[in-house]
Design a protein around this ligand. Structure first.
Ligand SMILES: Cc1ncc(COP(=O)(O)O)c(C=O)c1O
Length: 468
C-alpha cells in the first residue's frame, strides 16, 4: 500500500489532539445505538472522521494569532475591515454580507431573490441549497454535464450542461427563473471541478436572458487549482488572478467559508448590486446580526480573513489536491471502485458498483458507510438514495438517486498520510468480504434533509431478498 508516491506536507505539527480507536465490539454497539446513522455517532467514538470537510479544518499559527486581534465591537469593527479587504481582493465585489455559515447565506439570498413557483438552476444543488429553494416554494433543477455520470476520463466533470440549461430557460421563459448558480467544485457529483470556459458560457447565457448568475463557491480555491493545472491557457496565471477572472463573470457569490475559508465557522455573500445589498442587510439584521458581524465573532472574522489568504497559496493547494489523489489511488488499490478522475476534497466510492447485490432502495452506500465504521472506526457519509432519494410530493412516487456514492471527505490539514494508509487498509478488509454486507430500511425520517436524523434498521439476508 505504501508503494505509491506520498505527497509531502507543506507544514509541521505544533499541537495535537488525541483520538481513540474503540474495539470492534464497542463500535458495533455504538452504531446500533446510533440507529445505523453515522451522523448520530458521538465524535469521541470515531477514530478517523471523514464525515465532512466542512468546519473541520486545522487552523494555522497565523490564524490563531489573528484570533487574538479580533475586534468584538458590535458595529464597524477593525476585524470586518480586514475581512472586507481580503474578500474584495479575491472576489472583486463592492458589498459584503457576513453570515454564520453557508446555509444562512442561501436562506438570506433566496428570501429576496427566489419567488414562489419559480426555478433555481444549478450545475448540481448541494442538499442545503436544494432545501432552501424548496423552503421558498420554488423548484431546484440540476444541469450536470453529461460526462459527470460516465466513467469517461474527463477532467471537468463538475461542469454545467449549458445546452440543456439554455433550452430549459427558453422553454419555461426567463421570467420563471429566479437564479442560476454554479457550484464550485461540484460537491454532489464527486467534488468535480468546473472549467473557466464552462463558467464563461453559463455567464453569457445568464446575461442574454437577464437572469442573476451566482456562485456557490465553498471550494473555489480547489476549483481554481484545477483550472490552473488542467485547463489550457491558465498554467501561468496565479490562483488569485484565476479567482478574479472567475468572479468577474458573476453577479454575486455565496460562500460557506467552512471549507476553503480554512475556518471552523463562517460564510458570506458578496455582490455589486447596491439595492439588493440593502434589502439583504435589512434581513441580515433580523436573522443573523448587524451588517459588520452577521452572526460571527470578530475573532472568527479575523481567522477567516487570514484563511482566505492561505487557501490561495499554490503550495497549500498543490499538497491538498495531491493528498486526495494519493488517498484515491490507495482506495483503488484496496479494490474500491471510485469516482474518477479524483475530485478536490474527497474520495467518492461507488457503492452501487461495489455492492450490486444490494438494490438502491436498500441503500448500498449506507451499508458501506456502516462497514467502514465497524471495521475501522472511520466515519463517512452516504451520498446516494438515502440523501437524495425520497417521495415525490406531487405524485407520491418513490425515487432513488442517480448514483449510490459514499463520500470520504478529507478535512484540511488534519490527517497525515499514515492515517490515509490506515483507511485504505480498512477498505481492503471490507472489500475482501463485501458479499456479506446487507441493506437497510428507514424506520423513521423527517420531511427535509432526512439523512441527518433518520433511523435505520438492518435487513437480514432473508429480509433483503423479500423486499426486492
Ligand atoms: C457546495 C456547498 N454549498 C453549501 C453548503 C452549506 O454550507 P454550510 O454547511 O456552511 O451551511 C455546503 C456544505 O457542505 C456545500 O458543500
Amino acid at each position: 500500500m505504501s508503494r505509491k508516491r506520498q505527497p509531502a506536507e507543506p507544514y509541521r505539527i505544533k499541537s495535537i489532539e488525541q483520538i481513540k480507536l474503540l474495539s470492534r465490539d464497542q463500535r458495533l454497539k455504538r452504531i446500533r445505538e446510533a440507529k445505523f446513522n453515522t451522523f448520530k455517532l458521538d465524535a469521541s467514538d470515531v477514530y478517523i472522521d471523514l464525515l465532512t470537510d466542512s468546519g473541520t479544518t486545522a487552523m494555522s499559527n497565523k490564524q490563531w494569532a489573528a484570533i487574538m486581534m479580533g475586534d468584538e465591537s458590535y458595529a464597524g469593527s477593525d476585524s470586518f475591515k480586514r475581512f472586507k479587504k481580503t474578500v474584495n481582493e479575491i472576489f472583486c465585489k463592492k458589498f459584503l454580507i457576513p453570515c454564520h455559515q453557508g446555509r444562512a447565506a442561501e436562506n438570506l439570498l433566496f428570501s429576496v431573490l427566489v419567488s414562489e413557483g419559480s426555478y433555481v438552476l444549478n450545475n448540481t444543488h448541494f442538499d442545503t441549497t436544494r432545501a432552501n429553494t424548496l423552503l421558498k416554494k420554488a423548484l431546484a433543477v440540476d444541469f450536470p454535464s453529461p460526462e459527470s455520470f460516465t466513467n469517461q476520463d474527463y477532467r471537468f466533470k463538475g461542469n454545467m450542461d449549458n445546452q440543456r440549461l439554455e433550452s430549459f430557460i427558453s422553454e419555461k421563459g426567463a421570467e420563471k427563473i429566479s437564479l442560476v448558480i454554479t457550484t464550485v467544485t461540484n460537491n454532489s457529483v464527486g467534488g468535480q471541478p468546473v472549467s473557466m470556459s464552462n463558467i464563461k458560457e453559463t455567464s453569457a447565457i445568464c446575461k442574454k436572458y437577464n437572469i442573476p448568475f451566482y456562485f456557490d463557491c465553498a471550494r473555489f480555491a480547489e476549483n481554481c487549482y484545477f483550472i490552473k493545472t488542467e485547463e489550457p491557457g491558465y498554467e501561468d496565471m496565479s490562483i488569485i488572478s484565476i479567482a478574479n477572472e472567475m468572479f468577474d463573470l458573476c453577479d454575486g457569490v455565496m460562500m460557506s467559508a467552512k471549507k476553503d475559508g480554512l475556518v471552523n465557522t463562517g460564510g458570506f455573500i458578496t455582490l455589486d448590486d447596491e439595492k439588493l445589498y440593502q434589502r439583504l442587510t435589512e434581513l441580515l439584521i433580523v436573522i443573523e446580526g448587524f451588517s459588520t458581524y452577521g452572526g460571527l465573532a470578530g475573532r472568527d472574522i479575523d481567522a477567516l480573513a487570514v484563511g482566505l489568504t492561505e487557501v490561495i497559496d499554490f503550495d497549500y493547494l498543490d499538497f491538498r489536491i495531491d493528498q486526495i489523489r494519493y488517498f484515491g489511488e490507495l482506495m483503488k488499490e484496496s479494490g474500491m471502485p471510485i469516482v474518477e478522475p479524483i475530485g478536490g476534497h474527497a474520495v467518492f466510492v461507488d457503492a452501487g458498483q461495489l455492492l450490486p447485490h444490494i438494490p438502491d432502495h436498500q441503500f448500498p452506500g449506507q451499508a458501506l458507510a456502516v462497514a467502514l465504521y465497524v471495521e475501522g472506526g472511520v466515519r463517512t457519509v452516504e451520498l446516494g438514495s438515502l440523501m437524495f432519494g425520497g417521495t415525490d410530493p406531487n405524485t407520491g412516487q418513490k425515487f432513488t438517486a442517480r448514483r449510490e456514492l459514499v463520500r470520504l471527505a478529507l478535512p484540511r490539514r488534519v490527517y497525515t498520510n499514515s492515517h490515509i494508509q490506515y483507511i485504505a487498509e480498512t477498505a481492503k478488509t471490507i472489500f475482501d468480504q463485501k458479499e456479506k454486507l446487507t441493506g437497510f430500511e428507514i424506520k423513521k425520517q423527517s420531511a427535509f434533509l432526512r439523512h441527518f436524523t433518520c433511523e435505520l434498521g438492518i435487513l437480514s439476508k432473508k429480509e433483503a431478498a423479500t423486499t426486492v
